[in-house]
Ligand binder design. Structure first.
Ligand code: AMP
Ligand code: GLY
Length: 439
């Protein structure tokens, strides 16, 4: 069904340049409700299916000017930084349609201290924590803990592209993390405040939900692989792969997430005067005592969006318009029951230093396979050659009849693609494959 107020086909702008944005553009392009899709700034993959405009995604005023000049009907924002900078407020002041939370609501991701305090106030399950704005207080707190009270998790409060979290097995490592984040400002101003929290054991899952502030429509579940190396080793990254659904989220856990996390949170945001509209992402640890929130994000996850968009059958524009118009209760979501697995091919060295400009080969061999999509992240075209241009380069995503089928199809595609100094994990999907085989 069509819920939008505007029945004429839309000119849609997607803001961002990652695999998430490629997957969103790919899905939106399939909607009969669009007449043109623009992306700012996009990447080489997006450029093959939409018109990329060379406006960087870090300045709300420039994106607003672009939307006005181009006569854009609907803007969809990928990166959190723009949402935290108030792009939605800016568009709304001008009467332009945009999908996402306001600046104040985006604090849920923009300030971990704010989000943790809110969770405590509204009794949303999360790791026990303390917040600090001074190095001395944080160090004293760490020193006061006995050795059996480690590991602890030290987190920069502000935005750090998923990298500002350090798991610290000992007092020494925790102190070093505090100094790096607060004194050396490894993540810039994101480290002016920190959270130190209890280490949670369990399996992670990502729950993404659309909400118009009243109705919550939970997407299919997904699981992300945060660490750089196979076997969950190495530093945290933005995400090295993902699959959907996440079997760890049983129907019982899903009900708990709804009742204990999503409903109280949407209610809390309303009570705090910042009604939440947009995509709400809860990063969860499924512990023995139930789901606990690791973090909230205020936008689509990357790479989770890639397997999710492969599985979503409903028109995304209908869903997004329903959120903006407060009519989410009138739409239903339909999903491909087959699982999807996404393997991220990265530049070796990511999330630290890495080279760019490496020629990418083999993509043409995958053309026409409808169950495999290669979503581009850091890619560019130079002298008509596709080259690497970022840490995460490609998100190779496949559907399969079961997890093993999806995994094998995704890795077969990965092996058909090559670039120098390429790195990918070899275990994406394994947890779900093992559960499947155990059934
Ligand atoms: P965050 O950005 O807060 O989600 O943290 C990034 C990643 O660090 C998470 O996806 C987890 O893998 C890990 N992490 C964060 N907080 C905790 C915690 N309290 N206990 C265990 N692992 C955590
Ligand atoms: N994949 C984790 C994130 O989008 O933050």
């Amino acid at each position: 069904m069509t819920t939008g107020t505007n029945a004429t086909p839309l000119k849609v702008l997607v803001v961002g340049s990652g695999g998430r944005e490629h997957a969103l553009v790919w899905k939106i392009r399939q909607s009969p409700r669009t007449r043109e899709v623009l992306c700012a700034p996009g990447n080489a993959g997006i450029a093959s299916i939409a018109r990329c405009v060379d406006v960087s995604a870090d300045d709300p005023a420039k994106i607003l000017a672009l939307a006005v000049n181009e006569g854009v009907d609907l803007t969809i924002v990928g990166p959190e930084a723009l949402l935290c900078a108030g792009i939605v407020d800016l568009f709304q002041e001008k009467g332009l349609r945009i999908f996402g939370p306001t600046r104040k609501a985006a604090m849920l991701e923009g300030s971990k201290v704010w989000a943790k305090k809110l969770m405590n106030q509204y009794r949303i399950p999360t790791a026990a924590f303390r917040a600090f704005a001074a190095v001395k207080d944080a160090r004293d707190y760490i020193r006061s803990r006995s050795s059996d009270q480690f590991p602890v998790v030290v987190k920069a409060s502000g935005l750090a592209s998923g990298k500002g979290v350090v798991i610290c097995p000992t007092e020494k490592e925790a102190t070093a993390a505090v100094l790096q984040i607060m004194e050396e400002r490894r993540f810039g101003d994101a480290g002016s405040e920190i959270v130190i929290e209890e280490f949670l054991k369990g399996e992670e899952a990502s729950i993404l939900a659309l909400t118009d502030g009243k109705t919550i429509a939970v997407l299919e579940t997904a699981q992300d692989y945060k660490q750089a190396l196979t076997g969950d080793r190495g530093p945290n990254t933005g995400g090295m792969g993902a699959y959907s659904p996440a079997p760890v989220v049983t129907p019982k856990i899903a009900r708990q997430v709804d009742a204990e996390v999503l409903v109280p949170l949407v209610h809390a945001m309303y009570r705090e005067g910042c009604k939440y509209k947009g995509l709400l992402y809860a990063g969860l640890m499924i512990t023995k005592s139930g789901p606990k929130v690791l973090e909230f994000n205020v936008r689509f996850g990357d790479p989770e969006t890639q397997p999710l968009m492969m599985r979503l059958r409903t028109d995304l524009i209908d869903l997004i318009e329903a959120v903006i118009d407060g009519k989410l209760d009138q739409v239903e979501m339909d999903w491909d029951p087959r699982p999807a697995v996404c393997v991220v091919m990265a530049s070796r060295g990511y999330p630290e230093k890495y080279d760019t400009g490496q020629a990418i080969h083999g993509l043409d061999t995958l053309a026409g396979q409808s169950d495999v999509q290669v979503f581009h992240a850091g890619t560019a075209r130079r002298n008509n050659q596709l080259v690497t241009a970022g840490g995460r380069v490609l998100g190779v995503t496949a559907l399969g009849k079961d997890f093993l089928g999806a995994k094998e199809r995704a890795y077969a595609a990965v092996r058909a693609i090559s670039f120098d100094r390429c790195h990918y994990r070899t275990d994406i999907g394994d947890r779900a494959v093992i559960r499947d085989l155990g059934d």
